[in-house]
Design a protein around this ligand. Structure first.
Ligand code: FHN
Length: 446
């Protein structure tokens, strides 16, 4: 099997990955024809991840397009608003669905006329890429390897190998040949990665154990082509099969030739994942916009998911699902702005940090590290306001609350370092104390 590991030294790889490892927090954006249907087709409402509504409703692609296209009305400036919300939330990169499984591209494509420019005149990717550059945010693209609309995509074969396919197409599709589809993939990805300037990140989606890599997608060729155009690009692991959700089994580190990072979805692995990894999460249980889903998480839950992820050594990619016109649901604005308010005060405990040096979690919260400092991210006040760390520190360590720079008494005891946090003001979502000084982790007492 051909593989395309980048020809780079460990040091060169570290240099290429550095912005991504330091950035920690990204925004995922799921926008497509499904955004107009918003979880409902022919009066029937669907739950769950409604960017899959074509599959849920079993629609063939022509019927799906006939229902969805009239509802899809992107307003000029919508992508700029998404990017500005990401900026204000403290996101250092964004991953936009340039094309999801429905096969509708948000960019000008000669490879397929099924795209937003042809349908509405709007080149969403162009506006998005310009806004990312204008705001100093790294530009990422999600690209669906599945394409339920393309006549050469062998949906029957994919279905037989564990990748769902809309039942309506099984009745109507005139299946072409999958080799032609792989040539199409290379051509369209070539358009996306040539015509819109810098590409910092590609988020491939998705493979199965039975349908992956070169056989399914011409993976080595795609990896090589994108890297030739953008040598510094960071790419995920989903050109190949990998556990992504909890019940897929344990997450393993991604082999170099299969991508740069592992992608747990809808959950944060308890012990993190070896190597580079990123947990992707929704705000309310669906990636694509749903008009009826109001299961919004709270700012506290989301800030703590971010902190949990980073303290375990991962990146956190949080989703935004714009409406049919590209506008942002007000609950999404509120949640991202709340995270931004927390990040404004506590960002040094997130950006550029490393995972907690402690093997076990603490009842009061989580820890991140940076140089000779630890960041104690408290979700609750420890018993009696005394926070104990199995951490032997040298010299005269100091501690202060990030929110108001108030000093926190810290002393050394035989079992490690003790902080009296009883007087600090507990903040909404999580309260951070910076503990500065060299230290060494002590074995946890049984
Ligand atoms: O099927 C997609 C799904 O719609 C969504 O895009 C997620 C985001 O990670 N990826 C796939 C499911 O793993």
């Amino acid at each position: 099997m051909l593989h395309a590991a980048p020809a780079e030294t460990e040091q060169e790889r570290d240099g290429r990955m550095q912005w991504w490892r330091d950035g920690k927090f990204g925004m995922f954006i799921h926008y497509g024809l499904y955004s107009g249907l918003a979880g409902e087709v022919d009066g029937r409402k669907y739950d769950g991840c409604v960017e899959w509504i074509q599959n849920m409703a079993g629609l063939d692609s022509d019927s799906y397009a006939a229902k969805a296209l009239p509802l899809f009305k992107p307003q000029r400036g919508c992508a700029k608003a998404w990017v500005e919300l990401a900026r204000d939330a403290g996101c250092k990169y964004i991953v936009l669905t340039s094309k999801h499984h429905e096969g509708f591209a948000l960019f000008d494509s000669k490879a397929s006329e099924f795209n937003s420019v042809k349908a509405t005149g709007a080149d969403i990717v162009k506006e998005y890429a310009e806004a990312c550059r204008a705001n100093g945010i790294k530009t990422g693209y999600y690209y669906s390897l599945l394409d339920w609309h393309h006549p050469d995509y062998d949906g029957k074969l994919a279905l037989s190998r564990g990748i769902s396919y809309p039942s309506g197409n099984l009745k109507t599709h005139r299946f072409g040949n999958h080799d032609a589809y792989k040539a199409f993939l290379k051509r369209q990805i070539g358009e996306l990665t040539s015509n819109y300037g810098a590409v910092d990140l590609i988020w491939w989606d998705f493979s199965s154990r039975g349908f992956q890599g070169d056989e399914a997608w011409g993976a080595s060729d795609l990896l090589r082509m994108v890297r030739d155009k953008h040598p510094q690009v960071v790419m995920n692991n989903r050109l190949y099969d990998a556990a992504t959700v909890k019940d897929h089994g344990p997450m393993t580190a991604t082999a170099r030739e299969k991508g740069d990072f592992t992608t747990p979805e809808h959950y944060i692995p308890e012990k993190g994942v070896r190597g580079d990894w990123e947990a992707c999460m929704t705000l309310n249980g669906t990636w694509g916009y749903s008009a009826t889903n109001n299961d919004w998480k709270t700012p506290e839950v989301l800030v703590r998911q971010l902190a949990d992820t980073v303290s375990r050594g991962g990146n956190f990619l949080l989703n935004l699902g714009p409406k049919a016109d590209g506008s942002i649901p007000e609950e999404s604005v509120r949640l991202f702005q709340a995270i931004g308010a927390w990040m404004k005060i506590n960002q040094e405990a997130i950006y550029g940090t490393t995972a907690s040096p402690f093997a076990e979690p603490f009842p009061w919260g989580v820890v991140t590290g940076k140089g000779d400092a630890l960041y104690l991210i408290m979700y609750e006040m420890p018993k009696d306001g005394i926070l104990k760390l199995p951490y032997a520190m040298q010299g005269s360590p100091s501690a202060q609350a990030l929110a108001d720079s108030s000093s926190v008494p810290v002393r050394q005891e035989e079992g490690g370092t003790v902080l009296d946090v009883s007087k600090i003001r507990m903040m909404p979502c999580a309260t951070v104390v910076k503990l500065a000084g060299k230290g060494e982790v002590l074995p946890m007492r049984q």
